[in-house]
Design a protein around this ligand. Sequence first.
Ligand code: NDP
Length: 330
Amino acid sequence: GREWQLLSRPVGWPKPEDFAFVEAEVGRPGEGQVLVRNRYLSVDPYMRGRMSAAKSYVAPFELGKAMQGGAVGEVLASDAEGIAVGDHVLHFFGWREYAVTDAKHVVKVDPEAAPLSAYLGVLGMTGLTAYAGLLRTASFKEGDAVFVSGAAGAVGSQVGQIAKLKGASRVIGSAGTDEKVKLLTEEYGFDAAFNYKSAPVAEQLRAAAPDGIDVYFDNVGGDHLEAALGRLNRDGRIAVCGMISVYNNTEPAPGPRNLSRLIQTRGRIEGFLVGDHYDLQPQFVEEVGAWIREGRLKYRETVVEGVENTLDAFLGVLQGANTGKMIVKL
Ligand code: NDP
């Protein structure tokens, strides 16, 4: 089977030479193991962090070994109790065609209940990120005005819609193309949206949020964070989910110049990791699953075909080539 390996740790933007796409031998499952043929791979911004050697919440990718990531596949062979040939499983051995792994590292998913790719996005890791970050970290409550950046992406599009469905007074989103901005207001029900590339964020946010914001869900960092601090209302909350604008920086980015706004506003800024919130998973799947079935929560996916295009798909996410969850279909 073919797989992607990291050859060298990228400095700045990852280059094709930092990677190898190679043929590797597919093992046979031993006792308690399964052989999975991957059908959908997830590519996510956090993978940029794993390409660096710096210590973080997940270990760096090992050089010369297959990279990892969320994946959904079909079981081709099983020597594990409770998992049969033909079952579909979610696991963490993406960036490759086939994976042999201990059954304890896979979770069965139901292809009848939702399209397989949904388990990587709207009903999976990015969906739970939106749900937990908004409802728990940002302590969202009815009547809040919410601003979310990266709003046409996997996490952001769900944050805005969940806020709306739970009674936000106003939901504002930013994204990097006019087409995405249109999608936010016309399909996802955002009250206001703007293209952060067409004018300064602070200026556009002031116009979109005349009464300020109570919650900022940050996917981007940089000038978005500073602008959000500038519009924060009393007792406002900022959930720091991601800072994609700095992931390829070679020098630390300057911090927001107006952090003192937290004093006047008695505001709170807090980072979170989805991995700490899997206790919310059953509640999340029930609530969001129902909204999807009822057509009240919409989602898009950008699907790239072919395992050989996984790197392009990943680079595309960093450049905004995706609308909604970026998925690789094998
Ligand atoms: P998205 O689907 O949102 O894809 C990333 C998007 O970021 C792109 O489509 C692009 O859209 C936008 N973008 C890229 N560069 C910039 C920039 N310089 N300024 C503003 N926007 C930019 O990805 P996800 O939904 O998977 O992830 C969103 C964020 O959430 C990321 O920061 C990620 O790291 C974080 N995350 C954090 C988790 C956690 O546990 N804390 C878990 C999962 C994700 P555009 O065209 O609008 O520029």
